[in-house]
Design a protein around this ligand. Structure first.
Ligand code: FAD
Length: 621
């Protein structure tokens, strides 16, 4: 049947990409339908119940700054909060949160159900309606035909999903969920490049069967960090402890003994797995000289006994899994509630996408999340938000938006994907960003809220809170610049105890704050009232301390801007550029970058090749 309503945006899939995509489109005023297999699994974390971590919390905070749901749900569902790299520089500091799986899901669902312009429908999308080169709708497995101006696909690990435990395998989207076969076949008919990847998850353990007595405890930080810029500690549920244990040489013997029945080592699985989240059999095989690997034992929630043993993801046969678990300290009598498994799925070469995440071949069709070769909830959420926003913009007849690499990790993520593609599940790290000092997790709101407001993503409450904060920072910076400390005064004496030499002349409080020995707390109250808001104080301190480095990064960005501003037409013929090697021509042809800057970032495209391209582009005029 034809559904009696046409939407601006249809989002397929209610995982981390799909929920943010549908929320973003609806916030921008687009009539939006979220079409998903099962309403009960909206916001489901397929693997470990944790949000954030290095590079990832940067994305979560960017999603938050743009009005998204992930950070808010994390504050409502988080049962252990920690700041990683707390002693290192602010650029690499990251927040990691252990979440109660059920509370997180409930928070996401409640945010979705409260969103205006957003309707949810439970059914599988089996087919796309394509007219000419434009998508105009979706057909469900029950034959309902939904029409829309744009469609965002966020099918995660479900497309052609195949689950492996030992040498047994079956079709599935993740344990307990159906795969998406019909849609995968339909997409394979379209002119996209498709390949297979794989990922895996560990067996889950019943806490009642674990002996915690000899295990190391790990508690969260105090005071408890907060994920959302609008969040606060009072929102957090009860906080709990995690534990640490280790594999040992017996565990490794058990694993080696089972490798002949491992789907990865017997060639059954062809897809490449996540390098930074390898299975335990991978770790034992690759790091043969190590006789122990750490395992973090993480509670799955406050109202369940299930534990997530982080570090022993495996697809070995179940009998081997039992033996390997029992070989680990604390797990000698552990009962496995769910076996570990690996899953192989289709992903689409992200070089076939535009910076908006619209596909190059089908107008109005966007891809976001794991379907683009990434791994992780945070990477998915960030792409979802971008794709949903751009789908709404297109439906409203407006220009697409995509942040640059110097504006957001989201910009780095999308640029990396569409420029270089990926051969293995892509995850975010701070090392992927060349402008790390600008792209900190503490300033994502300052970088993006204004743009979010302009796009219609940021509501009045967030905008008011942000504007107050931005004004408070400016006021406090002005006060520090205008307030002076004179030598041989009690104020000078108060800071001199921390300085190598007494003050030789008068200094503003801002000058003093730039000194490595002094922090905001040391200087702000020397004269006048320091600000009480921790976020404001943190921002004032970081901007003062790193002003020199930040200015240098800004100069570098300006220098490279000319390349960013040089477009390459979509029909540009690389074979015409004389002097380019055939290898470079092929690389450029495979990716078809839209700017000279993006061309320069393709691995193997040399500065000399960029100069030749520039000459040819100038000739074309
Ligand atoms: P998903 O979260 O997979 O959501 C997809 C959604 O789309 C689901 O709700 C599904 O029901 C729905 N859907 C799919 N097809 C259709 C259709 N045709 N019609 C309607 N609805 C549809 N990430 C890590 O970072 N580290 C890990 O160690 C890790 N391990 C993993 C282990 C396993 C076993 C799995 C399954 C995933 C793992 N991941 C891991 C990946 C992580 O779960 C994903 O990166 C993340 O969930 C991707 O989000 P997404 O929104 O793209 O897709």
């Amino acid at each position: 049947m034809d559904f009696p309503k046409t939407y601006d945006v249809i989002v397929i899939g209610g995982g981390h990409a799909g929920t943010e995509a549908s929320l973003a489109a609806a916030r921008m005023g687009a009539t939006t339908l979220l079409l998903t297999h099962n309403i009960e699994t909206l916001g489901q974390m397929s693997c470990n119940p944790a949000i954030g971590g290095i590079g990832k919390s940067h994305l979560v905070k960017e999603v938050d700054a743009l009005g998204g749901a992930m950070a808010e749900a994390t504050d409502l569902g988080g049962i252990q909060f920690r700041v990683l790299n707390a002693r290192k520089g602010p650029a690499v500091r990251a927040t990691r949160v252990q979440a109660d799986r059920a509370l997180y899901r409930a928070a996401i669902r409640s945010i979705l159900e409260r969103q205006q312009n957003l309707e949810i429908f439970q059914q599988a999308a089996d087919d796309l309606i394509v007219e000419g080169e434009r998508v105009v709708g979706v057909v469900t497995n029950a034959g309902v035909r939904f029409r829309a101006k744009t469609v965002v696909i966020t099918a995660g690990t479900f497309l052609g999903g195949r689950i492996h435990i030992g040498l047994d395998s079956h079709s599935g989207g993740r344990a307990g969920d159906p795969p998406s076969i019909a849609l995968a076949e339909r997409l394979r008919e379209l002119p996209f490049r498709v390949e297979r990847l794989k990922t895996g998850t560990p067996p889950r353990i019943d806490a009642r069967s674990v002996d915690f007595s000899g295990l190391e405890e790990q508690w969260g930080d105090s005071p408890t960090p907060v994920m959302s810029y609008l969040g606060n500690r009072d929102q957090h549920p009860r906080q709990v402890c995690c534990w640490i244990t280790h594999t040992n040489s017996r565990t490794h013997d058990v694993i080696r003994g089972g490798l002949d029945r491992s789907p990865m080592y017997s060639g059954v699985i062809e897809g490449i797995g996540p390098r930074y989240c390898p299975s335990i059999e991978d770790k034992v095989h690759r790091f043969a000289d190590k006789d122990s690997h750490q395992i973090f034992i993480e509670p799955e929630g406050l109202t369940t006994n299930e534990l997530y043993p982080n570090g022993i993801s495996t697809s070995l046969p179940f009998d081997v899994q039992i033996e390997l678990v029992h070989s680990i300290k604390g797990f000698e009598k552990a009962h496995i509630t769910r076996p570990g498994y690996a899953i192989e799925y289709d992903f689409f070469d992200p070089r076939d996408l535009l910076p908006s995440l619209q596909t190059k071949f089908i107008q109005g069709l966007y891809f976001a999340g794991q379907i683009n070769g990434t791994t992780g909830y945070e990477e998915a959420a960030a792409q979802g938000l971008l794709a949903g926003a751009n789908a709404a913009l297109q439906a409203q007849g407006k220009e697409h938006w995509s942040p640059r690499r110097d504006e957001a990790y989201l910009g780095v993520l999308v640029d990396d994907l569409i420029t270089s593609g990926t051969k293995e599940p892509y995850r975010m790290f701070t090392s992927r960003a060349e402008y790390r000092l600008l792209l900190r997790e503490d300033n994502a709101d300052l970088r993006l809220t204004e743009k979010g407001r302009e796009l219609g993503l940021v509501d009045d409450a967030r905008w008011a809170a942000f504007s107050d904060k931005r004004e408070a920072i400016a006021r406090e910076e002005q006060r520090l610049r205008d307030t002076w400390v004179h030598p041989q005064t009690p104020q000078a004496a108060a800071v001199e105890v921390k300085l190598p030499q007494p003050l030789a002349r008068e200094y503003s409080l801002m000058d003093l704050l730039r000194r490595p020995e002094l922090g905001y707390a040391d200087v702000a109250s020397l004269k006048g009232e320091p600000v009480q808001d921790e976020q404001v104080a943190e921002q004032v301190e970081i901007s003062a301390k790193y002003a020199g480095y930040i200015d240098r990064q800004r100069e570098e960005i300006e220098r490279l801007q000319a390349y960013e501003d040089t477009p390459i037409p979509a029909d540009f013929d690389y074979s015409e550029v004389s002097g380019l090697s055939s290898e470079v021509k092929q690389k450029l042809g495979d990716t078809r970058p839209d700017t000279l800057a993006r061309a320069s970032r393709i691995p193997g495209v040399t500065p000399a090749a960029v100069s030749l391209l520039l000459i040819q582009l100038k000739k074309r005029g």
